[in-house]
Design a protein around this ligand. Structure first.
Ligand code: B1M
Length: 231
């Protein structure tokens, strides 16, 4: 061991979180996994470890990617480290024993391979009691339609991280309209380049800024849908 090697378990909570931001930036998956385990052992809520250590760290990566300081290979390593941490948190976020709330099909749209945010939404929805069928990345209209027919969910969730792929959400919604299926589902959309205005313009039911908003929105829209069905 070199003299300046950092022992993660010796750090205070604040120092550890800052170190994890650095480790995420450097794509150090094992260190991120260790950091997450330490936070959980110290009694941190899984959601706090997720947002304060991982999501906040990825925000720094995103800013430097935008500014041309980091490039795709480094960002891939950071994403891999983030996924390592998320894999530890997933069962903890899901094991809430929440009552069944409804079902969601979710996927990233065609042409887009970003999946971290979508995975997070899926995890949080499962934690809140929703059954989630994750279609993965790069989904065509046909892939969404097939899954909707097979799964008959309450909610269709779509994710897009690129300004070039977000218009594809409208293609999916327009196809649902053409087929007379639009009103069968609550359509929720999300992803960094989207906003309320865009969601409204493409005919979605809701724009979700983040995973926590997705859960709250889903709960409220599903209970409204069920109340309407009962009335
Ligand atoms: Co990409 N990338 N990327 N990238 N990448 C962005 C999106 C970018 C903003 C970076 C930048 O320039 N600042 C930029 C897009 C610019 C634009 O379109 N305006 C960009 C670019 C340009 C690209 C490439 C084109 C780069 C290239 O090849 N030259 C390329 C495109 C590949 C493709 O998809 N065809 C590319 C590739 C990659 C990697 C493969 C290296 C990697 C993805 C790895 C992976 O996902 N497995 C990657 C990453 C990691 C990013 C950034 C840095 C981080 C994204 C992320 O995971 N954030 C990103 C920068 C940024 O977003 N600021 C960037 C963390 C995550 C928790 O947040 O995904 O926003 P987010 O999800 C949130 C909310 O948005 C919301 O809830 C989530 C959780 O709170 N949400 C939903 C998301 N989906 C939802 C769905 C819902 C509800 C809420 O449904 C109901």
């Amino acid at each position: 061991m070199s003299d300046d090697e950092i022992i993660l378990s010796d750090l205070s909570d604040d120092e550890l979180v800052l170190q994890m931001h650095d480790d995420l930036y450097d794509g150090l998956r094992e260190e991120i996994e260790e950091g997450v385990n330490i936070l959980i052992e110290r009694g941190w809520a899984p959601y706090d470890a997720l947002t304060k250590a991982l999501v906040a760290g990825m925000t720094i990566v995103g800013a430097d990617f935008r500014d041309g300081i980091l490039f795709v290979p480094e960002v891939l390593l950071a994403a891999n480290a983030m996924k390592g941490g998320m894999a530890i948190l997933k069962p903890l976020l899901i094991a809430t024993g929440a009552p069944r709330m409804g079902k969601m099909v979710i996927g990233t749209v065609k042409g887009d391979i970003h999946d971290i945010g979508k995975n997070l939404v899926g995890m949080m929805m499962e934690g809140a009691g929703f059954e989630v069928r994750d279609l993965g990345i790069n989904n065509s209209v046909d892939a969404y339609l097939e899954a909707l027919e097979a799964e008959t969910p309450d909610i269709l969730g779509m994710s897009a991280l690129l300004t070039t792929t977000m218009p594809y959400m409208k293609v999916v919604i327009d196809t649902l309209k053409e087929k007379g299926m639009r009103d069968d589902y609550i359509v929720m959309v999300g992803g960094a380049p989207l906003n309320e205005e865009f969601a409204k313009a493409i005919g979605a039911d809701a724009y979700c800024r983040d995973a926590a908003v997705a859960v709250e929105t889903a709960k409220s829209l599903v209970s409204r849908k069920h109340n309407q069905a009962r009335a």
